[in-house]
Each structure stands twice: as C-alpha cells, then as structure tokens.
Design a protein around this ligand. Structure first.
Ligand code: HEM
Ligand code: HEM
Ligand SMILES: [Fe+2]
Length: 463
C-alpha cells in the first residue's frame, strides 16, 4: 500500500494533532469523573475540566475529519492538492489558535476574573457548551475552515472529477462550516439563543457530520474491501438523503422545553424517532459489503469501519431514540441519561469514524503493506468495552436520578452525592480502562509502519 499523491501525506499532520488532543480529552474526562467524588482534587474546578473535555473532543474530531478529507480529495480527484503550502499554513494556524483557546480556558480556571468583557465579547470563554471558544477565536476558525474548503474545491476544479463520494463529503463540510455561524451570534432572549445554539450542536452531529460519515464510510468500504464504487455510492445517497429528511426537523427534540411553540413536540418527536433508520441502513451496508469480500489485508481498517457503523447506530440511534419522545424526555431531560447517550453517540459515530479513517489511510501514508495488527485490536477492545460500561453505568445513574429527583422530589445535589455515588466509582474505574485503550492507540499511531516486522507476525496476520 502506498499513497498515489505526495500531498496526501498532509493528512498525517492533522491526525497527529487530533491524536494528542484525544489523549488530553480523555485524561481530563477522567479527572472530571473523579471530581464527582472528590470535587477539589485538581487545580482546575469541574466546570473548566468539563469545558476542556468536551471542547477538546469537538476540536480533535474536526481536525481528524480535515486530515481525512485532505487524504480523500487528491485520491478522488486524481491529482495533487491544489496548494500544499496553504494546507500546511492552515494546519499551523489551527494548532496555534486551538492552543491559545485551551490556554485561555485554563487561565480562566485559575483566575475567573480574567474572562473580561472586551468590545462586547468575553475574552476567554463565551460560555456556550461545546463551542465555548471566544469570538476572536471564532473568526480564526472561520478563516481556517474557509482556506481548507478553498483548497479542497480548487483541487477538485483542477480535474473536475466530481465523484459522488467527494461531492457528498464537500457538501457535508460546507454545511458544517455554514452551521458554525449561528453559534457566533448572541441573543438577549435565552429562548432565541438556545434555539440557534442547537442549530450548531444538533445540525452538526445529526446533519453535517453524519453526511461526512456517510461519505467516509463509502470511501473506507471501497478501500478495505473490493466493493464497486457504484454500489457504495448508491447506498451512500440513500443514507445521506434519509439523514437530511429525519435529522433537520429532528432538531425539534431540543425544542420541547425551552420556550418555543408546542408544535415542536410533534415535529421533534416524529422526525427524530425516524433518525435511527439511516444509521441502521449504514450498518446493513457495512455488513453486506464485508460479507461479500473474504480476503482483507487491512484487518484493523475493516474492524474499525464496521464497528463505527454499529456503534453509530447503537449510540446515536438506540441511545438517542430511548429519550427522544417528549413523553419520555419530560422526565429524562438533562440527566445522566443524556450524558450516557452523548458518550456513546460521539464515541460510536465520530471517534470510531476518525480512528477508522486513520487505520484505513495511515498504512498507505507510511508506505507499508503489512503492519502489526495486535495493538490496534487491543486498543479497540479496551476502549469499546470500557465505553459500553461507562454508558451502562451512567444510564443506571440517570434512572436513579430521574426516579429520586423527579418522581420522589429529592434534592438534586443529595441524589448526586449520595444515591449516585457507586455509579461514579464504577465510571471512574471504567474510565481508567478507556484511558489504557487510548494509550495503546497513541503508541500504535506513532509506531505503525515504523518498526521492523518479525516474519512470524506477518505470517499470523496473513493466515
Ligand atoms: C451521532 C449523532 C449524535 C450525537 C453525537 C449526539 C450527541 C448528543 C449530545 C452530546 C447531547 C447532549 C447535549 C447537551 O449537552 O445538552 C444530545 C442530546 C440529545 N440527543 Fe443526541 N446525539 C446524536 C444523535 C441523536 C439521535 C439520532 C437522537 C434521536 C433518535 C438523539 C436524541 C437526543 C435527545 C432527545 C437529546 C436531548 C436530551 C435531553 O433532553 O437532555 N441524538 N445528543
Ligand atoms: C472518547 C470518549 C469520550 C467521549 C466521546 C466523551 C464525550 C463526552 C460528552 C459529549 C460529554 C458532555 C455530556 C453531557 O454534558 O451530557 C462528556 C462529559 C463527561 N465525560 Fe466524557 N467522553 C469520553 C470519555 C470519557 C471518559 C473516559 C471519562 C471518564 C470516566 C469521561 C467522563 C466524563 C464526565 C465526568 C463528564 C461530565 C458529565 C456531567 O456533567 O454529568 N468521559 N463527555
Ligand atoms: Fe439532537
């Protein structure tokens, strides 16, 4: 395996930054989990630790998707990237901006007064969950994304080879970029503010990002098996069409209790209940394609791709649909049930997506045909089993929380500190398991293709 175009190597820059942030994200996630039992264990308080945890998550996934796209576009367009220096500059600008934002959150944690109002905007943290970056950073992010899109579009224009995969990928990325904008506007009314904040959060993960996932899934299936392009593209169109049909109006499942008109109860309930359908089609697509191909060289690539499809359906689809009807959400809204779903959905749909793209493309970037598969599979099992337990434990905590707090009327803090305690202990233990999996993955990422392979290892992998 080797790359066809030299500029595809740029993907590795983005992957490396993504992988480092992934490690940071999980480390601080574990600290956050311990803070449920020992709130003052760390120099930064829970609010800042959680901000770091979820913002690092969103950012490393975006950076990983950018890297993956820089790999896919030259290959599909059959030409070098329009401008490699521009891609490199855009990479370093992104690293600097993100590092500055992270340092800003830490600074705010050490000195809350430092988050001053400057020219009508907060200097360090805007305070909107998942997209807390301050306004100056928003502009830098927008510029970076525009340069990235420009580079991709100009590459396609060089040969005008608009394959279905890259057309869909770039549509998803453009949708993603446009949907960042509503998150940059403040509204005095909390109802309006929440209304548009959800355009970013929901229309990203259940719209734009799923479109990108559909395109990358098609690409990966084509790479790891020898399925025909026409077949994967046909299914990709069906998946993406259904994602848009269900996901856009599915935004209504966030409009039940924020002060918006009551018709959203119906719209949100009906459309979001249908959201698992395209995700199920993706699982079927992955299984059908895989079953037809017997000999696969890149087993980790295949493993991660199929698992991504499965856990996208389980985490987003199943763990989403259980609390999406207003009749249920009325009780579960904003509890640990939501947290459980947030973890499994992000893990299945996007963490595994970026990791599968890494395993599908990195061997080619490093110019190796065979590599040691065992670490990739070990890290997969450590991470996946631990995540499943973290999710089961938080779902249990959420059920206790709903019952005691909302049905029995016990105090919110009392339930969290006393009745949920054992769930927190278990979550922290499984968190350690997850961290072990990430550590193995990070080692594998840096070593893949760079260590001598023993003959015995190659032989067992071929068997
Ligand atoms: C990959 C796709 C998805 C991701 C990454 C995702 C992630 C999340 C996250 C992080 C939250 C918590 C937001 C907050 O901080 O308040 C959330 C909320 C929610 N999600 Fe998803 N989700 C996905 C797909 C779905 C699907 C397909 C459904 C329905 C079938 C769904 C139903 C819900 C509902 C109802 C809530 C609101 C929970 C509440 O009221 O507290 N999600 N989602
Ligand atoms: C790749 C893996 C992970 C993903 C995708 C992820 C994702 C998320 C998301 C989306 C949230 C916000 C959910 C909400 O507020 O409802 C969150 C919060 C949190 N995460 Fe993670 N996380 C991961 C790993 C971990 C690990 C390993 C731990 C440690 C046990 C952890 C502990 C926490 C804690 C304690 C919170 C705060 C929950 C709360 O406010 O109730 N996370 N994570
Ligand atoms: Fe949603």
């Amino acid at each position: 395996m080797s790359i066809k175009y030299e500029s595809q190597k740029i993907a590795q820059y983005f992957y490396t930054f993504a992988v480092v942030l992934f490690l940071v994200q999980v480390l601080v996630g574990l600290i956050a989990a311990v803070q449920f039992m020992r709130p003052d264990i760390f120099i930064l308080n829970f609010n800042i630790v959680k901000t770091l945890h979820i913002n690092a998550l969103v950012v490393w996934l975006l950076v990983g998707m950018m890297g993956a796209t820089y790999y896919v576009i030259p290959e599909e367009s059959e030409t070098e990237l329009w401008s490699l220096p521009l891609a490199k500059m855009q990479f370093w600008a992104t690293v600097i901006a993100i590092t500055a934002v992270v340092l800003g959150y830490i600074w705010q944690g050490l000195d809350p007064q430092a988050n001053k109002l400057i020219a009508g905007t907060l200097a360090l943290n805007e305070g909107r969950k998942y997209i807390e970056a301050p306004r100056w950073a928003d502009f830098l992010i927008v510029v970076s994304v525009l340069l990235f899109l420009l580079n991709c579009f100009m590459t396609v224009m060089k040969t005008r080879k608009w394959t279905g995969i890259q057309g869909t990928l770039l549509t998803g990325l453009t949708f993603l970029a446009v949907m960042y904008l509503p998150g940059m506007v403040y509204f005095k009314s909390m109802v309006r503010d929440q209304f548009f904040w959800w355009w970013v959060v929901h229309l990203w993960v259940e719209g734009a990002w799923e479109i990108i996932a559909g395109a990358l899934l098609a690409f990966m299936l084509m790479k790891v098996t020898d399925v025909k392009r026409e077949v994967v593209e046909k299914w990709m169109y069906i998946e993406v069409g259904l994602v848009m049909f269900t996901g856009i109006l599915g935004t209504g499942h966030h409009y039940y209790w924020i002060g918006t008109p009551s018709y959203w109860l119906w719209i949100g309930g009906v459309f979001s209940s249908l959201e698992p359908v395209p995700l199920l089609v993706m699982v079927w697509d992955a299984f059908r394609t895989t079953r037809e191909t017997r000999v696969v060289d890149n087993k980790p690539g295949l493993y991660y791709t199929v698992s991504h499809a499965i856990f996208n359906f389980v985490g987003a689809g199943l763990w989403g649909v259980i609390h999406t009807l207003p009749q249920v959400n009325k009780w579960t809204h904003g509890t640990q049930i939501t947290t459980a779903h947030g973890h499994l959905a992000f893990y299945g749909a996007y963490v595994l997506l970026v990791l599968s793209m890494i395993y599908v493309t990195l061997p080619a970037i490093r110019g190796v045909k065979s590599f040691n598969h065992s670490r990739a599979l070990q890290s997969f099992w450590w991470m996946t089993i631990s995540m499943v337990f973290i999710v089961l434990v938080t779902t249990g905590a959420g059920m206790v929380q709903v019952y005691m707090e909302r049905l029995m009327g016990l105090d919110y803090v009392a339930v969290k500190t006393t009745y949920n305690l054992w769930f927190w202990i278990l979550r922290a233990i499984f968190g350690v398991g997850f961290l072990i999996g990430v550590a193995i993955f990070v080692i594998d990422f840096f070593k893949l293709g760079r260590e001598p392979l023993t003959v015995a290892k190659v032989a067992t992998e071929r068997a």
